[in-house]
Design a protein around this ligand. Sequence first.
Ligand code: ATP
Ligand code: MG
Length: 572
Amino acid sequence: MASASDDSSEAAEAPPNFIHDIIDEEVRDGSRAQGDVCTRFPPEPNGYLHIGHAKSICLNFGTAIKYGGRCNLRFDDTNPTKEKQDFVDAIQRDIRWLGFEWDRLLYASDYYDQLYRWAEQLIEDGKAYVDEGTAEEISKARGDFYKPGVDSPYRDRPPAESLDLFRRMRAGEFPDGKMVLRAKIDMQSGNLNMRDPTLYRILHATHHRTGDDWCIYPMYDFAHGQSDAIEGITHSICTLEFEAHRPLYDWFLEQLALPNRPRQIEFSGLTLSYTVLSKRYLRQLVEQEHVSGWDDPRMPTLAGMRRRGYAPEAIVAFCDRLGVSKREGGMGDVSLFEFLQRERLNASAPRRMAVLRPLRVVITNYPEDESEEFDAIEHPEHPERGTRKVPFSRVLYIERDDFREDAPKKWFRLAPGREVRLRNACLIICKEVIKDDAGEVVELRCEWDPQSRGGTPADGRRVKGTLHWVSAAHAVDAEVRLYDRLFRVENPMDAPEGQDYLANLDPDSLEVLMGCKIEPSLANAVAGATVQFERLGYFCADRDGSPERPVFNRTLTLRDSWAKLERKFASG
Ligand code: ATP
Ligand code: MG
């Protein structure tokens, strides 16, 4: 993992990107003008975008930006049974959130008429035929890696017969699955995708855009390359699993004699430790209610990350930092992701005080009905952002973990007889510990030093520990949701014998705290607002909250978690 120090020294060196190398070469040898570069991001609107898609978005949009070209958003909507307008909307929202804007907004369904005409053309040219075999028969005859395929009995039917059937398929004369249109390529090909792939299937389903206009739909392979060609895409960037589809992609462009010849280039998709990144699994997590929805803050979806409080700029930085290669197997490190997020959040988030597990503190030498306000800085590295007022009074809350009755020598927080600083306020000494009948500490009686207003004592004595706090009379009650990684192992797909990835879910990835005390200025935080709760971490206001009852999500802890500090104290 990169550290902050090698950050600065290597900042100038761009991570490897073999696709940019290819384009640079094309520009150098004169086969391409920079501004002609045109890419597209082609999501299927059947779910929410995840951070793997962000990688593809950064690459496609980033390439267009780098070369002064264009990038389209094209919905690959050829699967009406799984696709929805809601997903179309969510995808656009998420791309914009990452900070990108498309040149043209397009849909594969824009080309249904053209694709249909091209299919008829292939039939007329003797390069496609209608197959009446069942799905099972067709799949069996296709063979496998070791076994060559067997020609379909329908393969050599006259084009006129196929054309008639294809038109009747389109007219709705046949039920789903009755027949398909296949390309006539090579059943002996070493590449299974070339063994007479399906071009069209019958689907009596309502499409979210074309309604009931169609009851046959093109397959991905028949739609993708042609859509690229229609739009003038120059570089059709996709993940490695499409490498074996490239000959087919090129075959269609060739047979249809299309003037634009986009070039498909495959790269190794993003994987992330402690995370699953496939819509299939993410959908399962949602449907089986392992999470609260697609935007649960533990989900690797962009909607989940937004709700978690992650900064889009740091998501882009993460994707860029990993570089682009064809090499498989390298797993993106979630701690690098978290490092970049912390760096970004630290630089931007205003500081606030909140007490998650409150312990009552009474300042016995502070007058009962009085209060005052201290100035607290908004951000230590941005004095220009100014200060806010933090109310102080006789009864305060501090964090339960910040007090220990039997404290070791190097305990720099509160303990009987010890003195600490209250952040932005003053020094206090613990004089007395009040317990309930069960022996639990319920209140600390302390005294403050009025000469230490602002936090600096008049005599200059050194006080090491500084605690965060809130005034009881002014605090607002909040719910705080502490999120952790959803999975407890680095590779969740690596499940114990006989179990699947669900066995690797961390049952403690969410802890909900009620009755947290937050400073009053936080009550009106709008959903999505990010703050640093001093000494605790980064938090983000959730839409479930209201001014009367705010809800905050923990984005990340500060670098040193309390657990680690505790261990350090324990060891001396
Ligand atoms: P999933 O496997 O999660 O269902 P998908 O590939 O089916 O994803 P699409 O909507 O088809 O989802 O993907 C849109 C684009 O994003 C495609 O070009 C795809 O190659 C790319 N993409 C998907 N997952 C990743 C990933 N993990 N890393 C990089 N690019 C990805
Ligand atoms: Mg896909």
